[in-house]
Design a protein around this ligand. Structure first.
Ligand code: BGC
Length: 510
């Protein structure tokens, strides 16, 4: 009897591991890594680059960043781009997502004056990647608004969408022959609500404390800018180059804390407020801002003595302009939250319609915690999020354009918690593929340690460590880099794999 049990267990174990090995990523699944200009490039005022809002804020108001640091030098990728491409080759990446600094190529933000050195930098980077078959995924706006445009109101200026379209034309004209995937905006919600020098909340934004109405004007203008850039690509560049244009929206997984109808309702509203007001106008058949959100805001505004809702409506024409403007849906997915209907006391000091979402939102105690206060490892959250989006928006093509784990500055290279996180993400993506979700690729955040916005250099997301005290900004692979490389090469998750030593080489063919 005992022997039979042992035999069954052995068979089960073997079968278990065989099953795991059979869950492979298809050969055409795109594995990559991501970064953003201000977080890595440095060279903030070199070769004709214009100032952007992050340069300006960190210089004039350094205490807004926790360690009073800035991106003046960052990982110095402006001078180290060849090493960056070498790292991509070491990892065996199929693609690399980076962003273009608007004011590096258009110093004032306006398209009448193009900076040739800025164009040359991105040409060199793209060409170096293409030499080794690494496909560029280019984000056009990752939080770094040109300062001159900000002086005119930035994204709140009614002409913003035209400025963005002009900028997009310069990008498509200069790089469209080699870049087959463009992402107009990174994380609209974070820019419009949370970003330090966007039009964020009073918690995080001591400068432009204009929450409320600004948040929603930002949403509208950003969506119009996105749509105009997409339509421009469609009309003038798609036929010539055959590429694609999409957008990246951050989609955390929100789950009701209990089964109660109140919590269920709260989670619905939370989803609409967190990502629905960007996904619905683009991806839903109906178009425009989500109905639930509009109603909640109208009600809240009346309670707060506003004469109308701060959410500007779209005209029918604008709705049509925006609807359907994405060849793929870029999802930045990091984490999950449980949502309860219980209201918390508002920490926001302005009269504030955002507090329709001011209910408790928390992580389960069991979920492992990263260095960033908002980041935990929740079970199978990529699958849960994409399953819902797929149902809501008619089976779009997805790319995970960011996903990653933070550790504290000064940790060693053996980042087992990051390894655990990446492996869990892979399993969750394999669940998506098993369910037939059209998930085509994955970009790990981040290729290397970088300037983590308000957290400066105190939180690190890199597969490669960057020594910020070294003028050469030496990059060293962490254990997670070896594990990711192994997954990319073998197309499955091998839990037994341990790097033999921490020496990285470039495999043949890369
Ligand atoms: C942003 C990145 C950021 C990362 C980790 C995303 O919200 O796109 O710029 O570094 O999350 O916080």
């Amino acid at each position: 009897m005992k022997q039979a049990v042992v035999l069954i267990l052995m068979v089960a174990t073997c079968f278990g591991s065989t099953v795991k090995h059979q869950r492979r990523f298809p050969d055409d699944f795109v594995f990559g890594a991501a970064t953003a200009a201000y977080q890595i490039e440095g060279a903030w005022n070199e070769d004709g680059k214009g100032e952007n809002i992050w340069d300006h804020e960190t210089h004039t108001n350094p205490t807004v960043v926790i360690d009073e640091s800035n991106g003046d030098v960052a990982a110095d990728s402006y001078h180290n781009y060849k090493r960056d491409v070498e790292m991509m080759r070491e990892l065996g990446l199929d693609a690399y997502r980076f962003s273009i600094s608007w004011s590096r190529i258009l110093p004032t933000g306006f398209a009448n004056e193009v900076n040739p050195a800025g164009i040359a930098y991105y040409n060199n980077l793209i060409d170096e990647m293409l030499k080794y078959n690494i496909a560029p995924l280019v984000t056009m706006f990752h939080f770094d608004m040109p300062k001159k445009l900000q002086d005119l109101g930035g994204i709140l200026n009614p002409q913003f969408s035209d400025w963005f379209e002009d900028y997009a034309r310069v990008v498509f004209e200069n790089f469209g022959d080699r870049v087959m995937k463009f992402i107009t905006f990174n994380e609209p919600k974070e820019y419009c609500i949370l970003t330090l020098v966007g039009v964020g909340s009073d918690v995080k934004d001591p400068i432009l404390n204009s929450m409320d109405v600004a948040t929603y004007l930002c949403a509208k203008n950003l969506l119009l800018g996105h749509a105009k850039a997409y339509r421009l690509y469609d009309k003038e560049f798609r036929e010539k180059y055959g590429g694609q244009c999409g957008i990246t929206i951050s989609v955390s997984w929100f789950e009701a804390a209990t089964e109660s109808p109140e919590d269920q309702e709260a989670v619905e509203l939370r989803r609409q407020g967190e990502w629905g007001f960007f996904t619905h106008p683009i991806f839903s058949a109906e178009g425009g801002f989500p109905k639930e959100l509009k109603e909640a805001l109208t009600e809240k505004s009346a309670q707060e003595n506003y004469s109308c809702s701060p959410l500007p409506d779209f005209t029918e024409e604008e709705k049509d302009l925006i609807r359907g403007t994405a060849d793929f849906f870029g999802v930045n997915h990091y984490t999950a939250f449980l949502v309860s209907a219980i209201k918390k006391e508002s920490v926001l000091t302005l009269p504030n319609v955002m507090n329709i979402l001011d209910n408790f939102m928390f992580a389960d105690d069991e979920w492992p915690k990263a260095a960033s206060s908002w980041l935990t490892l929740a079970p199978n959250s990529i699958f849960k999020a994409l399953s819902l989006l797929r149902t809501l928006y008619g089976d779009p093509i997805f790319y995970i354009t960011e996903n990653g784990w933070s550790t504290y500055e000064g940790r060693d290279l053996f980042d087992d918690d990051r390894v655990q996180y990446y492996r869990a993400s892979m399993e969750s993506m394999l669940n998506c593929l098993d369910a037939g979700i059209k998930l085509k690729g994955y970009m790990a955040w981040s290729l290397m340690d970088n300037f983590e916005w308000m957290q400066g250099y105190t939180e690190r997301f890199g597969l490669y460590e960057v020594d910020f005290s070294d003028p050469a900004r030496t990059r060293t692979p962490k254990k997670s880099a070896f594990v990711y490389k192994h997954i990319i090469k073998n197309r499955y998750v091998d839990y037994e794999y341990e790097p033999e030593n921490m020496t990285m080489t470039i495999d043949e063919g890369h």
